[in-house]
Design a protein around this ligand. Structure first.
Ligand SMILES: [Zn+2]
Ligand SMILES: [Zn+2]
Ligand SMILES: [Zn+2]
Length: 512
């Protein structure tokens, strides 16, 4: 999808970064990519529906981004794709959704799926918008407007639409992601947005096959070569047909091919034979006997004069020739599609909101078959993390102490009990019944959630608790130096394992 064979070209400009390093960033997420991933994963499983796997993919990936402090803004494709995209969509709807539509640019099937995702995502407190055309186009636009820090998409078109930072291939196990920045790409490959548009135009993309016999590597070479022009390269390529200078040069190139090259000296590379130069000298070298080895004075014969004129344009001439032979070149509709912005007449909300629990519970029941207490068990660690990352104002979020340190996925964590949220009506009591005092009710202060939180993240927000924990654990280890694991707090036994079990479940599902 996107500009043909672009991703492999960008390999050297790509860096793997941990998701946690993107904390606080806003990402425009191309929802179609996740839907396609979910359906593809679902089609290989016979015991669950594709829709269930797709919704699960969208839900858990979203939670994972939120847990890492990333604010996703979901962007959905418009129901109607640009007409210029018709041929590729016909192919895609056949291969992914297994059906052919009479009108390939009509995406009503996708729109129905988008609507389900929107019903699930909005009650989490997230922004979901419908692009006026292509999701990746809107993602790029939001990126250029600095509404978001980057775009998460599989579609390399996003560069031609002008994205500055692109994220791709989140590894939800390793918690890493591939990051591409247009500044790095410029440095590595001389490819900027206009270069990407030329690449799409000549090398092919979703909107057209490009020029026959021209691959992306050739186009990249050509783009480097065209740096010498002051004029805009997109305009230059679009007006190739009318370019009289190139036409004249092309005629000269043909002339050169037909031309008989007179004998040249192997030493000075000028006209004449070497033995002649040795006895009578060379006119160009201005010698009367012998000649200058590897002379820097250019040869004055007609053949070389023509060659010197043509050489700087040789790469361009060969692509120019093929382009003029290609039917439908230039595809001006394609260039317009990439360079003209859609009208976006509404502001995009990028602040996370608290979940709307009742509709959210309905949606997760309907699509993921999760009960209310399961939902809370999954959401509580996420809310705690969003609170620590500072991406959501969670009312009543309050850590009570640090129980112990531990490791989760090789990351150093603290086990932290949190005061029960007042809005939580669904989590069963966090203390076993025998521990409850007669007047303790649901929501009473001794009911706590235990959540593993990354030490570094927790320490930034609650340095005093960390200090207290470090002091008390160093005291304990002094008292009982013989006992290994002395920092373990025995009070953890009083907490039920409900939360721990739920958390394990969440992590396991993340990894699917
Ligand atoms: Zn010579
Ligand atoms: Zn010479
Ligand atoms: Zn010559």
């Amino acid at each position: 999808m996107g500009v043909s064979k672009l991703w492999p070209l960008l390999g050297d400009s790509m860096e793997h970064v941990p998701l946690s390093s993107c904390s606080g960033e806003k990402w425009a997420v191309d929802l179609t990519a996740w839907i396609v991933h979910g359906y593809s994963a679902g089609s290989s499983k016979s015991y669950v529906s594709e829709r269930y796997v797709m919704m699960k993919t969208v839900f858990y990936r979203t939670l994972c981004l939120l847990k890492n402090g990333i604010i996703p803004i979901f962007v959905m494709d418009a129901q109607k794709a640009p007409n210029v995209k018709g041929p590729v969509l016909q192919h895609r709807s056949q291969s992914v959704f297994g059906h052919t539509k009479e009108e390939p640019t009509d995406r009503s099937g996708l729109a129905a799926i988008n609507a389900m995702c929107q019903q699930l995502l909005e009650p989490i407190g997230l922004t979901v918008i419908t692009s006026p055309s292509e999701a990746e186009k809107t993602c790029a636009y939001l990126n250029r407007q600095e509404v978001v820090n980057g775009c998460l998409t599989d579609d390399s078109d996003v560069f031609a639409y002008g994205a500055a930072t692109v994220y791709r291939n989140v590894d939800f196990k390793e918690m890493t992601v591939e990051r591409y920045s247009i500044d790095d790409i410029k440095k590595e490959l001389e490819l900027d947005r206009n270069g990407m548009v030329v690449l799409a135009c000549l090398g092919g993309c979703d909107f057209g096959k490009g020029v026959t016999g021209v691959g992306p590597a050739t186009v990249c070479e050509l783009l480097k070569d065209m740096r010498k022009y002051e004029e805009d390269i997109v305009t230059r390529v679009l007006t190739w047909k009318e370019n009289t200078e190139l036409k004249a040069l092309s005629e000269k190139k043909n002339q050169l091919k037909e031309m008989h090259k007179s004998p040249h000296c192997g030493d000075c590379k000028h006209t004449g034979k070497r033995p002649e130069h040795q006895s009578n000298g060379c006119g160009t070298c201005q010698t009367s006997k012998g000649c200058v080895d590897e002379s820097t004075v250019p040869c004055d014969c007609l053949y070389h004069a023509l060659k010197r004129e043509i050489d700087p344009y040789d790469k361009e001439l060969s692509v120019w020739k093929k382009a003029l032979e290609t039917e439908g070149f230039p595809n001006t509709e394609l260039v317009k599609e990439f360079l003209e912005d859609d009208k976006m007449d509404y502001p995009v909300e990028t602040v996370l909101k608290m979940p709307d629990w009742t509709p959210l519970a309905q949606q997760v029941k309907q699509y993921l078959n999760l009960d209310q207490d399961d939902l809370m068990a999954k959401m509580i660690p996420i809310l705690v993390h969003m609170h620590l990352h500072g991406t959501l104002d969670v009312p009543g979020a309050k850590p009570l102490s640090i129980l112990k340190s531990c490791k989760r996925n090789f990351v150093l964590c603290y086990q932290v009990p949190w005061e029960r949220f007042e809005f939580d009506q669904w989590t069963p009591g966090a203390l076993p019944p025998q521990e409850k005092t007669p007047d303790s009710k649901r929501g009473a202060s001794q009911e706590v959630y235990t959540v593993d939180v990354e030490c570094e993240l927790f320490g930034k927000k609650y340095p005093t608790l960390v200090q207290q924990f470090t002091q008390s654990s160093s005291k304990r280890s002094k008292k009982t130096p013989w006992k290994r694991g002395a920092t373990e707090d025995t009070s953890q036994g009083k907490l039920t394992d409900v939360f721990k079990a739920a958390k394990r479940k969440l992590f396991d599902e993340d990894k699917e």
